[in-house]
Design a protein around this ligand. Structure first.
Ligand code: GLC
Length: 739
């Protein structure tokens, strides 16, 4: 529809009809089979308003969306189609690794391909918008939503944010793909104590320097929507925060797309204690230019009264409604309310072989080899050694993680299935060995009934039987593979935990088998960095596989048996202890740095009972090759506009590898303190066996900009150090002067 027609449509709407476009309700309100009395009454939405609601939350499927759209348009006087928005975070039916695993690929181009597939599958399923990517910076592994983030570094997160938005919205103007809604704006990942929905409080400098870049990258990549975050910034909840939403997002960044609140976040302004009631909450949110109120009655019931009382200008509502109508128009909904979603197209699109093949490739690149004592891995598929797979994740298809609501675990390749494709049956045995958790009581909060919870737990007899069988098989095995990890529901939203070791029941079980003195391999399944300090001491090889997605078992087996040379590098630090958190590589030096202070041993910045450094650092990951870095050279010892940086990398093994070469800098003295290291560039390249490569980076003056003491985004001349290496700790270094 042409712009002028859209404006005429806006003018033709009543205030109730306009307000309706700013309200989003979940699927049960559009239940076509029965009148939705319950939820409607509970939320306080009138029948009249229900007729005008503009968008639907978390309904997908071509048949479902078409039926609801058809029913809705039949009753709509202005025939404004509904927008269908859903959480399609890292996969629709073909589920990729969780984003913390995608971050470990250090391969934004590959992840863009994955998100193009996600957009195609979701579009075929009738979704118009996805609440993705989630680009919150995360530095505290206690927070369950690390799962959805690509990690602790704003530069790396920005690269993935841009790739994911571009993938989802590929050919959007040709009605392909779906609109991207970046979230959660802003700084939700800095929740104090890693506790879900907790306070966020930081300087504007830290917000701009560390937390905002990835959202900005998504906006610059053209994301159509932004979702507000639950947290406060500087004492004001973001959903009602004019500084964040209006001053920065709209005025500074020029974002003129749709801002949608997170779930009930408008009404939660009351719980925060910044609004007396629904009307005040609506007032704060609409003035902050939040356009859509997700799943709360505030806009629905209070915007018109605010208008009639003269407390808000009608222009605020008109601007918000126009942004929603433009989004619907950009998606071609006025011409085709179904966006070509048909059950036939859906059937032929979902879980296509090439989608599975891509998922396997992405998963393989997400796997991080954390330890490989004496080169135990890769295993020889022709081996006549006896291999035992034990643990709750051995024969288990629950590998897609919490936020894969449209995926099916029944599509998933288990680790058992993956390994079976390599080994002769007589050399491979599987035992569950132990339960996943000591207790499943916590699932009650997610609606599990007592019977369901009871059915999940093993009886004492079952526990004894499984242990007995595992010990018996382990005694005759040569190699034991432990498939262990946290439960799906122990991470993701509302999944904050203070004990992030492997579940005690699993650790006790492993200890008993480790005493047998066999070669051991741990496959760790998690949505966050776990504390693997004990396992790093006692297990011979450790693979971090995250929640690996639909093709998990195949990709894990390919790495185990060497078809894939692991190339994953951590995008989030793994701590020695939960007590170190928050933990990240780009920390400040402090006045008493551990290694260079003039003060005596005790009186420096450290713990009495833990190292400062992580167990496994940002950027870390092993492979099956043998790679050496040497000859770091700079084109000059002074830099004005740019500096050429060369490094030699030798693969002295016969095994080809994918190597992620990382370039960090340190601004040694600034007008404010500066991090000990900052990632500035990285290259993931293939290095054939027995070859040597020279890698060149061109560092530019702009890359050295930061928020100075005066809050100008600028460079300051002086001493800099360049670091190049395979991770944030093992680096070659050289100095230069910026002039
Ligand atoms: C949830 C999440 C958000 C999600 C939204 C809709 O509470 O915070 O990430 O997109 O509600 O389901």
């Amino acid at each position: 529809m042409k712009e002028e027609k859209l404006l005429k449509l806006l003018e033709s709407l009543s205030w109730t009809e306009k307000v309706g476009q700013l309200v989003q309700l979940s699927g049960e309100f559009f239940n076509t089979s029965a009148l939705t009395v319950g939820p409607q009454q509970k939320l306080g939405i009138s029948d009249n308003m229900l007729k005008h609601v503009g968008s639907v939350l978390n309904v997908a499927g071509a048949a479902n969306t078409k039926e609801i759209q058809q029913q809705y348009l039949e009753k709509s006087s202005h025939k404004i189609p509904l927008l269908f928005m859903a959480d399609i975070i890292y996969g629709y039916r073909t589920v990729f690794p969780i984003p913390l695993g995608l971050g470990a690929t250090w391969n934004p181009d590959l992840v863009k391909e994955a998100y193009t597939v996600i957009g195609k599958e979701a579009q075929s399923g009738g979704a118009h918008v996805t609440f993705a990517p989630m680009v919150d910076l995360v530095r505290d592994a206690r927070w369950g939503r690390c799962l959805e983030s690509t990690g602790e570094d704003s530069f790396l997160n920005s690269a993935f944010a841009s790739a994911m938005v571009s993938g989802l919205q590929q050919d959007l103007d040709k009605q392909e793909g779906i609109a991207s809604c970046v979230k959660h704006f802003a700084a939700y990942g800095a929740a104090e104590g890693g506790r879900e929905y907790n306070t966020v409080d930081m300087s504007e400098r830290k917000l701009r320097q560390d937390y905002l870049p990835s959202y900005k990258a998504a906006v610059d990549a053209g994301c159509k929507l932004v979702m507000t975050s639950f947290n406060t910034y500087d004492g004001v909840p973001v959903t009602g925060n004019q500084f964040i939403l209006k001053d920065i997002l709209r005025d500074e960044w020029g974002f003129d797309g749709v801002i949608i609140s997170d779930y009930a976040a408008v009404r939660e302004l009351i719980d925060h204690g910044i609004a007396e009631d629904n009307k005040e909450a609506a007032y704060l949110a609409i003035n902050a230019t939040n356009d859509i109120d997700m799943k709360s009655p505030c806009y629905a019931n209070e915007l018109e009264p605010l208008l009639n009382e003269g407390r808000i200008d009608g222009k605020l509502i008109d601007q918000a409604v126009l942004r929603v109508l433009k989004l619907k128009n950009d998606l071609g909904l006025f011409e085709d309310p179904f966006r070509r979603a048909t059950e036939e197209k859906e059937k032929e699109t979902l879980l296509k072989e090439e989608h599975r093949a891509l998922a396997k490739k992405v998963t393989a690149e997400s796997i991080v080899l954390l330890k490989n004592e004496h080169g135990l891995l890769p295993l020889d598929p022709q081996t006549d050694k006896k291999i035992l797979l034990v643990g709750p994740y051995g024969d288990n298809q629950e590998l897609i993680g919490l936020w894969a609501v449209h995926g099916k675990t029944t599509d998933t390749i288990s680790i058992k299935t993956g390994i079976e494709s390599y080994l002769k049956p007589e050399n491979f045995h599987v035992e569950k060995g132990c339960d996943m958790l000591e207790s499943y009581e916590f699932l009650g909060e997610f609606g599990a009934t007592k019977d369901m919870i009871d059915s999940l737990s093993m009886s004492d007899e079952e526990k004894a039987m499984h242990l007995d069988h595992a010990l018996r098989e382990a005694r005759s095995a040569d190699i034991i593979i432990f498939a262990m990890g946290e439960h799906t529901m122990q991470s993701g939203e509302a999944g904050s935990r203070t004990d992030i070791c492997l579940p005690q029941i699993q650790r006790a079980f492993m200890k008993q088998l480790i005493e047998l003195g066999k070669k051991t391999i741990l496959i760790s399944i998690s949505g966050r960095p776990l504390v693997l300090t004990e396992e790093a001491e006692t297990i011979d090889a450790i693979m971090q596989v995250w929640f690996p997605g639909t093709e998990g078992g195949h990709a894990i087996a390919d790495v185990l048996f060497g078809k894939t040379n692991p190339s994953g590098r951590l995008s989030m630090s793994f701590p020695y202890s939960v007590g170190q958190l928050p933990l990240y590589y780009s920390e400040f030096k402090t006045g008493r740095p551990l290694t260079s202070s003039t003060h005596s041993g005790r009186f420096v910045s450290k713990y009495l009972d833990s190292p400062n450094a992580p167990l496994f650092p940002f950027g870390y990951g092993l492979n099956y090759s043998s790679v050496q870095y040497s000859d770091l050279t700079l084109s000059d010892t002074t830099m004005s506009d740019e500096l050429l940086i060369n490094v030699t990398i030798k693969n002295s093994s016969s095994i080809d590898c994918l190597e992620t070469v990382q370039l960090y800098i340190q601004d040694v003295v600034g007008s404010v303190v500066r991090p000990v290291k900052e990632l500035k560039q990285f290259k993931k390249l293939s290095i054939a066996g027995n070859t040597t490569a020279t890698v060149q980076f061109i560092l530019t003056r702009d890359e050295l900009k930061y928020y100075t003491h005066s809050m100008d985004y600028d460079v300051e001349t002086g001493s800099f150090i360049v670091f190049v290496g395979p991770n944030s700790e093992e680096t070659l270094e050289a100095s230069f002067q910026l002039v």
